[in-house]
Design a protein around this ligand. Structure first.
Ligand code: ADP
Ligand code: MG
Length: 397
């Protein structure tokens, strides 16, 4: 049972000898040769898959991959099928190329309990994104039970996420449950002080989240392009730094709201500066003295010291978004510093998520010091902002 949501999980009810439609998020990043670069999203779903298989259920797995425009063999799920096969040596894992075709229907009808079938990329069908009801019905007709373990797409109003569960008994998988419980605990009764660190580039996307975080957090550390946009709204010359225009008014609203809620917004004081973000020669500079020929592409050492102290005292930490242009090693140190500061804090409950954020930390030591690493970027942020997601609403009893 997922508390507060009235959602049953696959451990609440015995689900045995059924054909299960399992929505996962196998939207893995691929190498140029179509092999999988990082399969965390597959390994995180294995507990659900194995539990359902142990109970003699037949699994029909559904996922999307990337953003195809119609059928695109570059975005086939066959690399995910191969990888899943390696994790499930006692089963045959096979791809259903088109579940609507006669061949696909035959393949599905002939499924045996030792076969795991994966439907080809759902976004090859435009109806998926359009949340088409007939398409959802066609999917639902393939199984007897729907299980959702795809937290990372739970913020999407797509057929396999919000409509298929209308037509079948529906349950949350173990990963979805874990995500909702971990992030939910930060929202429900977090231990203070609560520190939220928001960086990255997508300022306009993240402003509604920042507004909400001023109501949740005690300290809001703002970095990256978002911080530049705040500093510009305060009248500072940001030179060649990454800034999003026309957001001054919205930024001021957030600053005013933070004051009302007694939340301190801690902007960077200094930065690692250069003539452009690909530069290898850098200097440290104060952000109130930036000249027009320079931009700040990472946080500086004074900012690190201030933020480090705030993080060390936190009892709850939420982090999304790198605070520098980390693709250039010259501007990656601020993000690294943040990561190590969070892992050094032995008492806080920490939640970290976001595509680029996870890329920044994924191969590092001490990953186990983070309390919860979310598989969702957008989904995690929207869940923090709104307290629910369309995919969760669809799973309610
Ligand atoms: P996430 O995927 O973790 O939510 P975003 O997609 O919002 O994060 O932002 C990540 C991008 O932001 C990275 O490509 C990073 O280089 C860029 N970025 C972060 N800080 C800066 C900065 N100060 N200047 C330029 N780019 C930045
Ligand atoms: Mg990103």
């Amino acid at each position: 049972m997922i508390e507060g949501f009235d959602i049953l999980t696959i451990t609440d009810t015995p689900i045995e000898d059924k054909t299960i439609l399992l929505r996962v998020d196998f939207d893995v990043s691929l190498n140029p040769d179509h092999t999988i670069a990082n399969d965390v999203r597959i390994t995180q779903t294995l507990p659900t898959i194995k539990l359902l298989l142990e109970k003699h259920n037949k699994l029909i797995i559904m996922s999307h991959l990337g953003r195809p425009e119609g059928r695109d063999t570059n975005l086939s799920l066959s690399p995910a099928v191969k990888r899943l096969q390696e994790y499930l040596p006692d089963y045959q894992v096979a791809l259903v190329d088109d579940f609507l075709s006669d061949a696909g229907k035959e393949q599905l009808k002939a499924q045996t309990p030792t076969q795991v079938l994966m439907l080809e990329n759902l976004r090859f069908y435009p109806e998926e994104k359009k949340n088409d009801e007939a398409f959802a019905k066609a999917l639902a007709s393939l199984g007897e039970v729907y299980v959702d373990d795809a937290f990372a797409v739970a913020h999407r109003n797509e057929a396999s996420v919000v409509s298929v569960p209308k037509f079948l008994p529906h349950y949350a998988g173990l990963l979805l449950e874990k995500e909702i419980k971990a992030i939910g605990s930060v929202l429900r009764d977090p231990k203070k002080p609560i520190v939220a660190i928001i960086g990255g580039a997508k300022t306009s996307d993240k402003l509604p989240l920042l507004y909400r975080l001023t109501e949740i957090a005690d300290h809001l550390l703002v970095g990256g392009g978002i911080a530049n946009t705040f500093l510009k709204a305060e009248g500072k010359n940001m030179g060649k730094s990454l800034v999003e225009d026309n957001l001054d008014e919205e930024v001021r609203k957030i600053i005013a709201h933070a004051k009302e809620k007694n939340t301190t917004i801690v902007l960077p004081k200094d930065g690692i500066c250069a003539s452009d973000k690909e530069a290898t020669e850098t200097t440290e500079c104060m952000l109130d003295q930036l000249t027009s020929d320079l931009g700040a592409f990472d946080i500086g050492s004074e900012t690190q010291a201030i933020w480090g102290n705030v993080i060390a005292e936190a009892n709850t930490i939420i982090w999304n978004g790198p605070v520098g242009y980390m693709e250039n090693p010259a501007f990656a140190r601020g993000t690294e510093f943040l990561y190590y500061s969070i892992t050094q804090n032995g008492h806080a409950f920490s939640v970290v998520g976001g595509g680029d954020t996870l890329n920044a930390i994924s191969k590092r030591e001490y990953l186990d010091k983070i309390s919860h690493i979310s598989t969702g970027g957008g989904a995690m942020l929207e869940f923090i902002e709104k307290g629910t997601l369309p995919g969760l609403e669809a799973l309610k009893r």
